[in-house]
Write a protein that binds this ligand. Structure first.
Ligand code: COS
Length: 384
């Protein structure tokens, strides 16, 4: 057993952290306040290969692994949560489906520019009646000659109105329920594909979250991912892996909150002493550091399992569940340590608190993670 990152991973971590501190963090408040999509960050990350970390060089990626990708999301999110979710959604949701299930031709056409960061990707699963119930999709796709005709509405799609390609789920055989869903590639600008308003969110305000409308939207027959009706199992695998990155995002945001809190605690004086002298504050810092370290181990372990091609679905769900819940608590406590200053934007911790809240909801709520974990546990018991 070796709990140390390899030299290569340590170097990668240092490089991304320095980049994020210098290039991403200074404008995080500005982007959040102005609800402005951080295109500049995307361009800079693309130049470093950060938009395709886990994909091989053959497909435009940086040739890294899942652990490096988790580190990248953690470090970028430590600087700016909005940029962190854009990175995670682009990589795990917008690009991974091509990597895992795309044909050579689809990979060449779509994955290469996505992994190089020349194009932005998105994934559309959620609808009015589909979210936690991933099989509840009402969007339909019907084959008409050489084209699929898509009708329906998707909700809560990260980067939805900006993405060059969106992979969406649609029902192709209603009689089969979950096993009658397929995944389709829709390009920006396709007639019949339009967007609703961008949501005004509590946090992650520099990221764009939109509704997508498909009104007799016709796409070529070959724009299906894999075989018809394979969609549900495909996106269950996509979500399994995506959860590692949402855990990493929560960890990065919470780490920033913890670092702000410990710094502030040594600077702020009350009763003639820095407040870090008081046990009430020390206990909070100790809990934050302990819980974040445990979250980091869960996240890195699930990424390591994935890289070793071992089962990782249960561990990824545990990592996301734990990191998002203890991370939210750490952000809460960071505000408490800052007192009134924690409640105003210049001290950043109120932004961390707003941003991290999404991590308990997106890519499966905490309740869904518990269902996924419990199903694994009970299945394991049955096979003992
Ligand atoms: N990987 C591969 N296959 C999987 C899988 C996984 N992780 N999970 C389920 N499957 C397969 C099952 O094996 C089953 O196939 P068979 O009948 O051939 O065995 C099929 O998919 C249907 O599975 P199941 O019956 O478990 O489906 P449910 O509708 O009961 O799934 C949960 C329920 C809650 C697990 C599912 O709906 C889910 O994960 N929901 C959360 C989705 C989510 O995260 N939404 C947020 C989206 S933000 S992008």
């Amino acid at each position: 057993m070796d709990f140390q990152l390899s030299e290569e991973h340590q170097l990668f971590q240092r490089t991304v952290r320095e980049f994020a501190d210098k290039e991403i963090a200074p404008k995080a408040l500005y982007y959040d306040k102005n609800h402005e999509f951080p295109w500049e960050n995307i361009k800079k990350m693309a130049a470093l290969g950060l938009l395709g970390v886990p994909y091989s060089e053959e497909w435009g990626g940086a040739g890294g692994d899942s652990l490096m990708y988790a580190i990248a999301v953690e470090e970028i999110s430590r600087a700016c949560g909005s940029t962190g979710i854009i990175l995670a959604a682009h990589t795990s949701l917008g690009s991974a489906p091509f990597y895992l299930f795309g044909t050579e031709e689809q990979k060449r056409k779509y994955l290469i520019p996505l992994a190089r960061g020349e194009k932005l990707g998105a994934f559309g699963l959620s609808e009015a009646e589909a979210g936690s119930d991933a099989a509840g999709t009402r969007t339909t796709a019907v084959l008409d000659g050489n084209e699929w005709v898509i009708n329906g509405t998707k909700n809560w799609i990260t980067s939805g109105s900006l993405a060059d390609t969106v992979i969406i789920t649609a029902m192709t055989d209603k009689s089969k329920g979950a096993l009658g869903i397929s995944n389709f590639i829709v390009e920006k600008g396709t007639p019949g594909f339009s967007y609703g308003k961008n949501e005004e969110k509590m946090g992650l305000r520099a990221s764009v979250t939109s509704q997508l409308f498909f009104d007799n939207c016709r796409i070529p027959k070959e724009n299906i991912l894999g075989q018809p009706n394979d969609g549900f199992k495909q996106f269950m695998q996509i979500l399994d892996a995506g959860r590692i990155s949402i855990g990493a995002m929560a960890l990065g945001i919470a780490q920033a909150a913890y670092e702000a809190a410990i710094r502030y605690a040594t600077q702020r004086h009350q009763f003639g002493r820095p407040i870090s002298d008081f046990q009430a504050i020390q206990f909070k810092l100790a809990d934050m550091a302990t819980q974040l370290e445990a979250a980091r181990l869960l996240i890195y372990r699930s990424a390591w399992l994935k890289d070793k091609k071992l089962p990782f679905g249960k561990e990824a769900a545990m990592a996301k569940l734990f990191a998002s819940e203890v991370g939210e608590r750490a952000c809460h406590q960071a505000i408490q340590i800052h007192g009134g200053y924690g409640y105003v934007e210049e001290y950043h911790v109120e932004r961390y608190y707003r941003d991290i809240r999404l991590c308990e909801i997106g890519e499966g709520t905490s309740e869904i993670q518990r269902i996924v974990i419990a199903r694994h546990l009970l299945r394991e018991l049955k096979h003992q």
